[in-house]
Ligand binder design. Structure first.
Ligand SMILES: CC(C)(COP(=O)(O)OP(=O)(O)OC[C@H]1O[C@@H](n2cnc3c(N)ncnc32)[C@H](O)[C@@H]1OP(=O)(O)O)[C@@H](O)C(=O)NCCC(=O)NCCS
Length: 192
């Protein structure tokens, strides 16, 4: 099935969050969350190399919006149901539709750490991936030292498959081990 034929929900709602596709006009508000969280994002997220201008952030939002519509990446913006504040992002990318499989990635605004919000968002994105997109495998690669990210994966039922030794260079220039996690569809088959 051509992924363009998959009907996408307008938004996904969980107990505390609204997950919606990126939109033109999101640039400044997402950038504010990233700037506030820069010190925690910089060690782990390859894109968090420097602080961006709102205009640069807007270009990224519009590219994400286009990718969402084209079914090339689904980077959900996470908004608090109570008040609408930007909490972070949780998304699916690197699709191999012939399997079909993809990768999941996420980041949280620092002031929202420790409340289970990313676990809640990840569980919702996993349901979207398995039920709407019919994925049979979802992967995540994380730095072996990223305990908080590993915590999210453990809570969401991912299995550690391997630890790749000396697999990448961290932002500080040191060699890093990378943990490969996955979750697979329960019946192991796909309707695509
Ligand atoms: C990875 C990241 C999203 C994890 O954030 P987090 O706040 O630890 O994760 P959650 O939102 O799921 O919250 C879990 C914490 O809330 C607690 N919690 C409170 N209520 C909870 C609930 N209802 N459900 C689950 N956990 C709950 C958990 O006990 C846990 O606390 P602990 O860290 O003391 O064990 C965050 O650290 C981050 O953005 N890091 C930078 C970006 C990054 O590394 N991304 C991943 C790259 S691979």
């Amino acid at each position: 099935m051509n992924p363009l034929l998959i009907d996408l929900p307008e938004q996904i709602e969980t107990e505390r969050l609204i997950l919606r596709s990126p939109r033109a006009g999101d640039g400044a508000m997402v950038n504010a969350a990233v700037i506030e969280s820069f010190n925690e994002l910089h060690p782990w997220m390859p894109w968090a190399k420097r602080i961006l201008s709102d205009e640069e952030s807007e270009i990224i939002q519009r590219r994400s919006q286009a990718n969402f519509i084209l079914r090339q990446a689904f980077n959900f913006r996470l908004l608090l149901r109570a008040g609408g504040d930007v909490v972070g992002s949780c998304g699916l990318q690197n699709f191999h539709w012939e399997v079909p499989k993809c990768e999941i990635g996420y980041w949280l605004r620092t002031k929202y750490y420790g409340r289970g919000l990313m676990t809640e968002a990840t569980n919702a994105v996993m349901s979207f991936a398995f039920e709407t997109l019919k994925m049979i495998r979802i992967e995540s690669e994380t730095d072996e030292r990223n305990q908080r990210s590993k915590g999210v994966l453990d809570r969401c039922g991912f299995v550690l498959e391997a630890t790749l030794r000396n697999h990448m260079i961290g932002v500080d220039g040191s060699l890093r081990n990378v943990c490969v996690y996955s979750r697979i569809a329960e019946n192991g088959t796909s309707s695509h």
